[in-house]
Ligand binder design. Structure first.
Ligand code: NHR
Ligand code: GAR
Length: 216
């Protein structure tokens, strides 16, 4: 069975949706370990609750970013993962780390990429007067939130929305999007070739294919 390592920094609700789908047998994969860079991340409790190994590598114990990344790479590699899933992981990874796991590391980002890479995405979408927001799953490359997109979900922005309400709406859809994309990987349908994401050997559109989560 495919082994997954999930990297988190916080609440871990996306992690929970993956744990639930593995538990239910919908995802034919094993989450071998969850690693957090923050010792107080609630996601670590979710992992333990599910009987999954929960590890912490505190970035504040390191004076240099590169040293933290080397230690993280060693810890991840020791789990022998087939897939590394970033789920609310908040540390930018060095080129060396990304290269080591090229083609087998994905991230979920709370915007319709290529719009709003980086942080504070929901407020930026509101400030721009956008009518739509969403989340994108992409392969992780050295370019921050710039790796080839796989799939996205979209939500409407209403006049009533603020950054919190929008974050909640998008997060609810992320919980459907991420397991669906992980399932493609688990089934061997997803690959990265020459900086292009492929599903069943066909190139995915720029920005990723739009998933209709109502149909999931
Ligand atoms: N690393 C690489 N090389 N490429 C990507 O695409 C990455 C990555 C690491 C994380 C997630 C990303 C997101 O989905 C991600 C994608 C953290 C920051 C950030 O600025 C930006 C984007 C993402 C994650 N982090 C600060 C830093 O100095 C710390 C912020 C904090 O601790 O709160 O690392 O949004
Ligand atoms: C999610 O919205 C995810 O897309 C976002 O943080 C949230 C994590 O929620 N990720 C980033 O902003 C990465 N920089 P969770 O911990 O409950 O899964």
């Amino acid at each position: 069975m495919i082994r997954i390592v999930v990297l988190i920094s916080g609440g871990g609700s996306n992690l929970q949706s993956l744990l639930d789908q593995c538990q239910a047998g919908i995802l034919d994969a094993q989450i071998g370990a969850v690693i957090s860079n923050r010792p107080d991340a609630f996601g670590l409790s979710r992992a333990r609750q599910a009987g999954v190994k929960a590890l912490t590598l505190d970035h504040t114990d390191f004076t240099e970013r590169a040293a933290f990344d080397r230690a993280l790479a060693e810890l991840v590699d020791a789990q022998q993962p087939d897939l590394i899933v970033l789920a609310g992981f908040m540390r930018i990874l060095t080129d060396d780390f990304v290269k080591q796991f090229a083609g087998k590391m994905i991230n979920i980002h709370p915007s319709l990429l290529p719009l709003y890479p980086g942080l504070n995405t929901h407020q930026r979408a509101l400030d721009a007067g956008d009518s739509k927001a969403g989340a994108t799953v992409h392969f992780v490359t050295a370019e921050l939130d710039g790796g080839p997109a796989i799939a996205r979900v979209e939500v409407d922005i209403t006049d009533q929305d603020n950054a919190e309400s929008l974050a909640r709406k998008v997060l609810t859809q992320e919980h459907k999007l991420y397991p669906a994309v992980v399932d493609w990987f688990v089934k061997g349908r997803l690959s990265l070739n020459n900086n292009q994401a492929l599903l069943d050997d066909s190139p995915l559109p720029k920005g990723g294919c739009v998933l209709d989560t109502a149909a999931l």
